[in-house]
Design a binder for this molecule. Sequence first.
Ligand SMILES: C[S@@+](CC[C@H](N)C(=O)[O-])C[C@H]1O[C@@H](n2cnc3c(N)ncnc32)[C@H](O)[C@@H]1O
Length: 220
Amino acid sequence: MFLFDARNVLKLPIGYRTFIRAIGGGYRTVYLRDYVRPLAGQRVLDIGCGPGDVVAYLPAVDYVGIDMDERYIRAARSRFGGRGEFRCQSVAGLVVDEPGSYDLVMANGLLHHLNDQQATQLLSMAYRALKPGGRLVTFDGCYVPGQSRLARWLLYLDRGRYVRDSQGYVALAGAAFDHVRSHVRHDLLRIPYTHHIMVCTRLRTVGRGRVHPEVTTAKV
Ligand SMILES: C[S@@+](CC[C@H](N)C(=O)[O-])C[C@H]1O[C@@H](n2cnc3c(N)ncnc32)[C@H](O)[C@@H]1O
């Protein structure tokens, strides 16, 4: 029997790009402007970079993208190879080559693909990669009480098997980072969908103990 799973189309870089554009690719502008806030000249590590599409929205940064999918990495190199370096690697076994050297780490749409153990590994690796004062910014689909049924159904269908609620994401990030700010948005795509965004900071001051994660929720 022939069974067609539309999610297989997303494995192709062109399929992924077309899908993201259709559901509202412009969300990247808002996400970068309001949360990531990249600055020219910064050193940026993008883990789970996919076909590298975010590069088109970045200023002139020193960019390294990592993804475990060879097809995505090939597509990223062919389109954005002149603007950054792309490495085909999985989070499992990822080693920070130059600890404390990045201003910004992004994990866009990655955490919901990782189980708790892998997510913990990713978060501590991101912490080690950052300079003091540096930030990790993440976004993922998120379950929240009262969200639309369609949004819940789409999250259920997601290729990532570890979509969490806000507390689930914050608990993981709070165990690795000094400070975590969390935002829930329902308005970033053309379709009903809930995003959870975290801005996790490695504080400049060392040895003062960990600040309890601060949680803010955008009213949208
Ligand atoms: C939803 S896509 C997001 C892609 C890209 N960041 C974006 O915003 O368009 C999730 C990406 O995470 C990658 N990924 C999932 N698990 C991974 C792992 N264990 N190690 C590295 N990359 C992973 C997938 O290959 C995929 O490219």
